[in-house]
Design a protein around this ligand. Structure first.
Ligand code: GLC
Length: 553
């Protein structure tokens, strides 16, 4: 299966990100769970995704939405059981959908038994050596050991009863592991194998630019959060670790389902060149590129973002993303549904792989007016409310136009479900799949049609010849994005204020907004914030069922 090795399934996969607590609740307790997810698999299959990435579902006190892991090898009882997880793997396999899980190696939960043991042990003990405990500075050691800030606000250190401090780059409930300790490495190798042995197709590596800290833990010149390399991000030591993880991934048979195993690093970088070392041969198979999240809605910025990424890697190794559970939803961030629809067509037309965060396909906006009393994000608390935090993109999904929690929670015997763990705004049901399905112009139908076309059109995904992963920018006004992919595909988006005549084409395959008439554009024009997929001369031979690419494994 040479082809599967050269172009493994993940190189052009559409991965759907599931935030389990907000996806679907199968037992009526107001918290999404594996049972709810299993029940909705036909929805995901019909939408046309290749894989799902589950954000943490492990036992957790939820100091940071589950990114504070108390047990890396189990399922939180509120979300399900290990048996249900195995059932999920079995059923997804039957639907030819792969499962990627979230690995959280930078830190665990303060209630992890090893951290509890470290707290109970003495300074200098082996137990404390798994974490980063230090004495403080100043008289009585009552100042933190250095000036590092927590990513959620406030200092990155918390003092314990005997006067020592421990490092947590995030919440105080998330102590950092000491990755220079070989025991930490061995423990994570076991964790990785535990899940790969069960049949997961890959890992999303949380804070993949973190983990190693500069020896001596020096002060930062400017003690601010940043995506630039510094004393605790993008340390060069990380790449040797990733080579060992890659060897583990590659030790699994690529010819048996789920195919070659992948790992995709969450690497927030100040610029694409900072990503480069992560893409060296033998490292992680993939790292996210967040360029479409950080770019503004300007043709020049997006073009530069796409070019910079493609110059480094292409979307197979650096998948495209418009949103996730950490950032404002695209409808709100980009400035309205028309732009988010155009951005979706851009995302799915770019070469390689892309991730879609649950609810993006429904056009969910960010919920901005969540009452403070309902908020859960530690960023809100640690900044004393200055940062609203990320709860607004994590509101439980609506599945029905009306009814309790808009169909998010299902109960047996018609009992009333508990309220959803984050309140849904009034009218949320208008975004439900059930409400959107009959409307041909809905977000849902745009995504569904785009995903179907993407799978059948030879220019999309990897494109032809397989794996070239290129886009050809075509002549266009400065506020337009127009590129070709081979064979016979043109993408056009209008980011300007006036209608954009469609570039030469044979057929409009899909448009994010209705075309408008415009002087000198007999075939119609794209309105501002509209995008279209076009078949260009020579028209591609429409694929027959037999020619359609299958989800090879
Ligand atoms: C990643 C996660 C985010 C979490 C943080 C700490 O950035 O995506 O949700 O808060 O890591 O684990």
């Amino acid at each position: 299966m040479m082809n599967a090795q050269t172009h493994p399934w993940w190189s052009e996969a559409i991965v759907y990100q599931v935030y389990p607590r907000s996806f679907a609740d199968g037992n009526g307790d107001g918290i999404g769970d594996l049972r709810g997810l299993i029940e909705k698999l036909p929805y995901l299959e019909d939408l046309g995704v290749d894989a799902v990435w589950l954000t943490p579902f492990y036992p957790s006190p939820l100091a940071d939405g589950g990114y504070d892991v108390a047990d890396y090898c189990d399922v939180d009882p509120r979300i399900g059981t290990l048996q249900e997880f195995d059932q999920l793997l079995q059923i997804t396999k039957n639907h030819n959908i792969r499962v990627i899980i979230d690995l959280v190696p930078n830190h665990c939960s303060a209630s992890h038994p090893l951290f509890q043991a470290a707290l109970a042990a003495k300074p200098g003990s082996a137990e404390r050596g798994l974490f980063i405990f230090r004495d403080g500075r100043g008289p009585g050691g009552d100042q933190p050991p250095n000036n590092w800030p927590s990513n959620f606000g406030g200092p990155a250190w918390t003092r314990v009863g005997d006067g020592q401090w421990y490092l947590h780059l995030f919440d105080s409930g998330q102590p950092d592991w000491d990755w220079r300790n070989p025991e930490v490495r061995q423990m994570f190798e076991k964790i990785i194998r535990f899940w790969l042995d069960r049949g997961v197709a890959g890992l999303r590596v949380d804070v993949a630019h973190g983990m190693f800290k500069e020896p001596g833990l020096p002060d930062l010149a400017v003690p601010e959060r940043s995506n630039r390399p510094n004393a605790y991000t993008h340390r060069p030591e990380i790449h040797e670790l990733y080579r060992t993880w890659r060897a583990i991934l590659d030790s699994y048979d690529p010819d048996a389902f789920p195919g070659a195993r992948t790992a995709v690093g969450e690497v927030w970088a100040d610029s694409p060149p900072t990503l480069q070392p992560y893409l060296a041969p033998g490292g992680l198979p993939q790292v996210f590129n967040f360029e479409l999240i950080t770019s503004d809605w300007k043709a020049a910025s997006i073009k530069a973002a796409v070019d910079a990424t493609l110059a480094l890697a292409g979307g197979s190794r650096a998948p495209w993303v418009l949103g996730n559970h950490d950032v404002l939803r695209p409808v709100t961030r980009l400035g309205g549904p028309a732009r988010a629809r155009a951005a979706a067509l851009l995302l799915l037309a770019l070469p390689g792989s892309a991730y879609v965060y649950q609810g993006e396909e429904l056009g969910l906006p960010e919920v901005l007016d969540l009452p403070d009393a309902a908020r859960q994000d530690p960023r809100f608390f640690r900044t004393k409310g200055k940062a609203r935090g990320r709860d607004g993109c994590r509101i439980p999904l609506p599945w029905s136009p009306a009814g309790p929690s808009y169909g998010f929670s299902r109960t047996d015997n018609g009992a009333s479900p508990a309220p959803p763990w984050l309140p849904q705004p009034e009218g949320w049901g208008a975004y439900s799949a059930e409400a959107e399905r009959p409307d041909p112009d809905s977000f849902y139908n745009l995504y569904r049609a785009a995903l179907r076309l993407r799978r059948s059109h030879p220019a999309l995904g990897l494109g032809r010849p397989r794996g070239t992963g290129t886009v050809r920018w075509l002549d266009a006004p400065p506020d337009a994005l127009v590129f070709g992919r081979d064979p016979g595909f043109v993408f056009a988006a209008n980011l300007g204020d006036d209608p954009l005549p469609l570039p030469p084409h044979e057929e409009v395959l899909l448009a994010s907004s209705p075309l408008v008439s415009s002087d000198g554009a007999p075939d119609g024009a794209l309105p501002p914030d509209g995008a279209a997929w076009l078949a260009a001369a020579p028209a591609p031979v429409p694929p027959t069922v037999c020619q359609m690419r299958t989800r090879a494994g």
